[in-house]
Design a protein around this ligand. Structure first.
Ligand code: PLP
Length: 415
């Protein structure tokens, strides 16, 4: 058995045989060995252009040298926090987040993933309001631990784990009137993604978050922005809620915050949302959360985005990529229904169920990694590192054109 076969057989035996089969079926029979910038190299030396970006995690690219350097510095000093003495990288990251987040968001609590950040926001909202009801959106994705899974709006993931938490209502995303109809004096918080990622890159009407905030304020509820995917520059602004000029009361952040080198999540809140935790700081704790390696990665990531002007760059290159995709969509209406998204968070909705898997395989065949969205397999998403240059976008667009053309031919033959 060679290295690849050995690895796949270990997956089959010790991880999950069905997952191994699915990967093989999608033409993903290779092992990631190293990565740099927007390129992933497998164990056989084959190079892939990464236009999935770890579902939004690799905003500053793979193995960003500034992030690696910052993490290495901590690695040889105090990599994991002892939790008893003060921790400088954590203090620095909390300060940096307070500076880039909107409104009066000020305090941070650090965790290790997106779902934990959402769990923390839900707990903080209950603590601050002494209420227990929540409103979330249909097709939302907030993670898969019990609390965030309750907020997640897709039954496929929820059903096997019922009963979940009580008191959650799901309303259509982007519909302020539907939100207003259910938020009441018992609602602790409304939780929303500024752009639904796994739901299929759904951009709500302009002003939706602003309306949501006003609805919450009128009933004494809090607004939680789940910025796990949209946060840290993905949409061409620091946060998705910046597009609406809205400051939520609580924000969940993760993915890109670790610079693609360390796992980290953050619960960020206003002084009002934080009162309960200030009174009793040990109501929420985490052994690994806030460790120096992860916080140093976060500080270096924010610094890098500022220094390289990545917010402007990503919105310009993102618009260029979107325009290129729209041109392809116009030529192949039998394959592509719509191209949507903001900055470097783009979705391509296909006309047919099943075309997503086919396009994904064709692109992988052409050494470009893309994937469909978790809650909507009819939508291919592109979330490349924000540093990707226009020349690489051109190469990917040329390959995507060929893949869509092949798909159009197959659809024509089937029809
Ligand atoms: N919230 C949003 C908006 C996400 O997109 C995700 C993951 O895709 C999560 C939460 C969960 O994050 P994690 O997978 O790190 O738990």
């Amino acid at each position: 058995m060679n290295y690849v076969e050995e690895t796949i057989s270990k997956y089959e035996k010790y991880i999950n045989p069905a997952q191994a089969k699915l990967f093989r079926f999608m033409g993903l029979g290779s092992i990631e060995a190293s990565a740099e910038g927007w390129t992933i190299t497998d164990s056989e030396g084959r190079q892939f252009t990464d236009f999935l970006g770890g579902y939004g995690m690799f905003a500053v690219g793979h193995r960003n040298p500034k992030v690696v350097e910052a993490v290495e510095r901590e690695l040889h000093g105090m990599p994991m926090c002892g939790k008893v003495l003060f921790n400088r990288p954590m203090a620095d990251l909390a300060e940096a987040l307070a500076e880039i987040t909107p409104g009066d968001l000020q305090y941070s609590f650090f965790v290790n993933s997106g779902t934990e950040a959402v769990e923390g926001c839900l707990k903080m909202a209950r603590l601050a309001t002494k209420r227990t009801k929540f409103v979330a959106a249909k097709d939302a994705f907030h993670g898969k631990t019990m609390g965030s899974l309750t907020a997640t709006g897709r039954d496929l993931y929820r059903q096997p784990f019922q009963p979940l938490l009580n008191g959650f209502t799901h309303v259509p995303f982007g519909d302020a009137a539907a939100l207003e109809a259910v938020v009441d004096e018992e609602t602790a918080a409304v939780i929303l993604e500024p752009i639904q990622g796994e739901g299929g890159i759904i951009v709500p009407p302009a002003g939706y978050l602003k309306q949501a905030k006003a609805i919450c304020e009128a009933k004494g509820a809090l607004l939680i922005a789940d910025e796990v995917q949209t946060g840290i520059g993905r949409t061409g602004t620091w946060f998705g809620c910046n597009h609406d000029g809205v400051a939520p009361d609580l924000m969940a952040c993760a993915k890109a915050l670790g610079g693609g080198v360390m796992p980290i999540g953050a619960i960020i809140g206003s002084p009002k949302a934080w009162e309960g935790l200030i009174e009793a700081p040990f109501l929420h704790t985490s052994t690994f959360g806030g460790n120096q390696l992860a916080c140093a990665a976060g500080v270096a990531t924010i610094q890098y985005i500022k220094e390289e002007n990545l917010l402007v760059r990503s919105s310009e290159v993102g618009a260029y990529l979107k325009a290129g995709l729209q041109k392809i969509a116009e030529e192949f209406p039998s394959v592509i229904k719509e191209v949507r998204g903001t900055g470097m968070m783009l979705g391509i909705e296909l006309t047919k169920e099943g075309a997503g898997g086919m396009l994904m395989s064709l692109m992988i065949d052409k050494n470009v990694i893309v994937a469909y969205t978790l809650n909507n397999p009819k939508v291919i998403r592109m979330e490349p590192p924000l540093i990707v240059p226009k020349e690489v976008v051109d190469e990917v667009l040329a390959k995507f054109y060929d893949a869509v053309k092949m798909t159009a031919d197959v659809i024509e033959d089937l029809d």
